[in-house]
Ligand binder design. Structure first.
Ligand code: NAG
Ligand code: NAG
Ligand code: NAG
Ligand code: NAG
Length: 303
């Protein structure tokens, strides 16, 4: 039995990691810890702000259960503990202090929806970071944070009557992909000057015009990129579930916009990047904009 299981698991892993992952050794464990701490501080600010703004009644009115607010308080405590723990690993210096943040929620329902998205991004950022961590003790901390972020994401999805997982695998995000998403929430120029710089770069944003996108839908995307309009661009939908990257049929309309039809069959939290090459398995090579985030729900039916 065991060997059948392992054969199947190995085949699935090979299918999900068919392209060699490039290793970048220009950064250190401290760079990764500083980045992770910045992500945790975003989460702390997000939950602190939401709890200050939304009463028990606001969540109940949004259709969320009576336990919702209390659970969100617990999640906030976890994020605060993660932040303190990571600063502990970094040591006395450098100290990473919060920047100013901005979050696009307008009511308790959109807060709850964004919470699920942010936890999913956090989970995928830790998965992507793991292979670059040299110190095993740090890796154990990062892994144990990652599984809690995943449980936050899945509980938050379940409370919104959404399927809590994409399939058998979560997506790994590169540092630049994770930072591109996180940078949406950081007010430009607001980070304390005493903070160490973030070692990673944010790509140009990819803005989706439509809300509540479903698979099969044609969407309009806009972006500010420098590649000439004649450069062919590809729309890569990134998922943890094999085949990992599904390319949509991207049509560039203007210098800074285009359309793409979302391929059918995508599930769970899925990311879209625009690329100049049709090779996109866990690499920043060729990425010119994004990611943008989607959540494609699917019913609890094995078929
Ligand atoms: C998107 O879905 C949310 C939650 O179901 C809903 O409140 C909102 O009106 C929808 N937006 C659009 C443009 O359909
Ligand atoms: C492109 O840049 C303009 C000017 O800075 C800005 O207003 C707009 O939001 C940007 N669009 C995207 C998709 O990032
Ligand atoms: C891609 O889009 C073009 C232009 O809209 C269309 O002619 C073509 O049939 C599409 N291809 C696929 C595979 O959908
Ligand atoms: C796309 O860009 C072109 C020119 O670059 C512009 O004329 C057009 O209005 C834009 N379309 C949308 C939907 O933003």
């Amino acid at each position: 039995m065991k060997s059948i299981f392992f054969t199947a698991a190995l085949a699935a892993l090979q299918a999900s990691a068919s392209v060699i992952i490039p290793r970048d050794t220009k950064f250190t464990d401290t760079d990764i810890l500083v980045f992770a701490l910045n992500l945790e501080l975003i989460e702390v600010a997000f939950y602190t702000g939401g709890l200050a703004k939304f009463s028990q009644q606001a969540f109940t009115t949004a259709g969320l259960p009576s336990v919702y607010r209390g659970r969100v308080q617990q999640i906030l405590q976890h994020e605060q503990t993660h932040a303190a723990t990571i600063q502990g690993l970094i040591g006395k210096s450098p100290v990473v202090r919060p920047c100013k943040y901005t979050f696009p929620y307008t009511d308790a329902a959109s807060f709850a929806n964004l919470a699920k998205t942010i936890e999913g991004v956090g989970t995928s950022a830790y998965i992507g970071a793991a292979q670059f961590i040299s110190e095993k003790d740090y890796l154990i901390v990062a892994d144990s944070i990652s599984t809690i972020e995943a449980r936050h994401a899945s509980w938050l999805a379940t409370e919104l009557a959404l399927t809590p997982w994409p399939g058998a695998f979560d997506r790994a995000l590169t540092f630049d992909e994770a930072f591109t998403l996180a940078s949406n929430f950081i007010v430009p120029g607001s980070c304390p000057s005493s903070n160490p710089p973030i070692a990673f770069k944010a790509n140009p944003q990819l803005v989706i015009q439509e809300a509540n996108v479903t698979t099969g839908q044609t969407i309009h995307v806009s972006f500010n990129i420098t590649t000439p309009q004649s450069t062919p661009l590809f729309a890569a939908f990134l998922t943890g579930v094999a085949p990992n990257e599904v390319f949509g049929n991207f049509t560039r309309m203007g210098k800074g916009n285009g359309t793409v039809t979302v391929p059918k069959g995508l599930t769970g939290q899925t990311y879209l990047v625009l690329t100049t090459t049709k090779v996109q398995s866990f690499t920043d090579v060729g990425v010119v904009a994004g990611p943008a985030v989607f959540f494609f729900n699917f019913p609890p039916n094995p078929n």
